[in-house]
Ligand binder design. Structure first.
Ligand code: BG6
Length: 485
């Protein structure tokens, strides 16, 4: 357990800190995973003192959505770690208040849960107030930029004061247990990894469907859209975990280098292929989980009646290397979909010759890796029907590996708990390097530019459906279909 660490959370009164960061730190404290000496400074511009912040955090953590099993004794210990420091991030001299809190010879971790437009100036003010030394680390939340150029500016501005070794860029999907499990599944199982290529696999599907809409975030989301919000980061990271070459070890540099190679091998989606490789959608009013919901253009905060922003994306992606030549990766992600589900489905090739006509056509083995909810792995197979009446007839069966049941834990840790632990340890394996960010932006920028140049608009889909019918065609034109459990 790393001691000698102090944590500073900028944006401590914001939504992310309240929903994710403070609950995650409390869970780590409860589990005995934070060294006793770790102190936490909550920094925000709101006029508040430490007592007020502690009282509010107590209310927050007791809230039934966060911790059903509130532990009073653990809370007493946790609250002693907390200090509130009021800083207006735009005022350089206010950073001196933080300097007063800092104790020499301790490693500082600055967590910036603030808009990315502030990353550069906060880094500079920290440096100018003598709050940064060669051991200080900085954690950046997504989005890092809006495109390749702006991500370079953000990274450059932070990089003036923090070395790449000390910059931790969050993609919270990498903190999910089940995403890390992809590494174990692929590289610890000979049976799986020996068949993980174009000789055995027909295609791969990656789905990240959400039932939520934009959750009151119109001003953010309308400038961003689903490609930047979900594909540039989470879906491409998932694709990397599924498709990258085996790293030579689990060291951060090795894993990240393989991910960069994979991102650079993505075939561009541009003028020549955009028509049958990409679909943009936008939800209209409909029903989700039994309740009526409005369409995107009627969402709270909507300002314009001409928004052409996408809330859904489906893509056919090719990885141009030896392993994956000829194996398409179908990616889809959307808001206000029928179900919340994030999963990877590996669809194996059919047998070269069929002996079992009753299961022909549907007999392809499928490996379904369910990331959320009901985390687990299923292998769809064909087996003999138990029957004396029939000679040898077959049926589809499923082998189940339930991640939760087998873990022996009473809960699956939230992604942010794992990510805090890794940054405290100083291990970057679950964080995104600058090269990865740039490679993924480069690829997304080309698609975004193509959509813009060719004036490709969004197709409407009803909230509560699986997306626009054009997305069905994207895969059905290849004689395949989206996986339905
Ligand atoms: C965030 C996006 O990064 O991920 C949100 O900004 C999205 O729009 C969220 O809802 C999804 O995360 P999860 O963990 O619920 O799949």
């Amino acid at each position: 357990m790393s001691s000698n660490i102090d944590l500073v959370i900028f944006g401590a009164r914001g939504d992310l800190a309240r929903r994710k960061l403070l609950p995650a730190l409390f869970q780590l404290h409860k589990a005995g995973l934070l060294a006793d000496s770790v102190r936490i400074a909550a920094v925000a511009r709101e006029a508040l003192d430490t007592a007020g912040f502690i009282a509010d955090t107590l209310k927050l953590l007791k809230g039934e959505n966060v911790d059903n099993d509130f532990d009073e004794k653990a809370w007493q210990g946790f609250s002693r770690r907390l200090t509130y420091i009021k800083i207006d991030f735009a005022q350089k001299k206010e950073f001196l208040a933080l300097k007063d809190w800092i104790v020499e010879k301790r490693t500082l971790i600055y967590y910036l849960a603030t808009p990315p437009s502030l990353f550069g100036s906060i880094s500079r003010h920290l440096h100018d107030a003598n709050c940064v030394d060669a051991t200080s680390r900085i954690v950046l939340e997504k989005p890092i930029g809006h495109d390749l150029k702006s991500s370079g500016q953000v990274n450059g501005a932070v990089g003036e004061y923090f070395s790449e070794r000390n910059i931790y860029r969050i993609d919270h999907y990498l903190g999910k247990e089940t995403v890390q499990n992809l590494l174990a599944l692929r590289f610890a199982n000979r049976m799986i990894n020996s068949q993980w290529d174009n000789s055995c696999i027909d295609h791969v599907q990656i789905t990240a469907a959400e039932t939520v809409g934009i959750e009151g975030r119109w001003s953010y989301y309308d400038k961003v859209g689903q490609l930047r919000d979900m594909v540039q980061n989470h879906l491409l990271q998932l694709l990397c975990m599924v498709a990258m070459e085996p790293p030579s070890s689990l060291q951060a540099d090795e894993i990240r280098a393989e991910k960069v190679k994979l991102l650079r091998a993505l075939r561009p989606i541009c003028d020549d292929n955009v028509a049958d490789h990409a679909v943009r959608g936008q939800y209209s009013a409909g029903w989700v989980e039994g309740s009526p919901v409005v369409g995107y253009m009627e969402e709270e905060g909507s300002e314009s009646d001409s928004s052409d922003n996408e809330t859904y994306v489906a893509l056919k992606v090719h990885v141009d290397n030896w392993r994956w030549a000829g194996v398409p990766f179908y990616l889809r992600t959307g808001k206000r979909m029928r179900e919340k589900v994030t999963q990877v489905v590996i669809v194996y090739k059919d047998n070269p010759h069929s002996l079992f006509p009753e299961t022909e056509g549907e007999a392809n083995n499928k490996l379904v890796i369910r990331l959320q909810p009901n985390e687990g792995i299923q292998l769809e197979m064909v087996s003999k029907k138990q029957s004396l009446k029939e000679r040898l007839s077959t049926e589809k069966r499923t082998l189940n590996l339930d991640f939760f049941d087998s873990s022996g834990e009473s809960r699956i840790a939230d992604a942010y708990e794992r990510l805090f632990l890794e940054v405290i340890k100083g291990d970057q394996w679950l964080f995104v390097s600058r090269d990865e960010i740039e490679a993924s932006w480069r690829w997304c920028d080309e698609l975004l530019a193509t959509w813009k140049d060719k004036k490709i608009g969004t197709k409407s889909y009803s909230a509560g459906s699986w997306g626009p019918s054009k997305a069905e065609m994207l895969i059905e034109n290849d004689d395949r279909s989206w996986y339905q459990a």
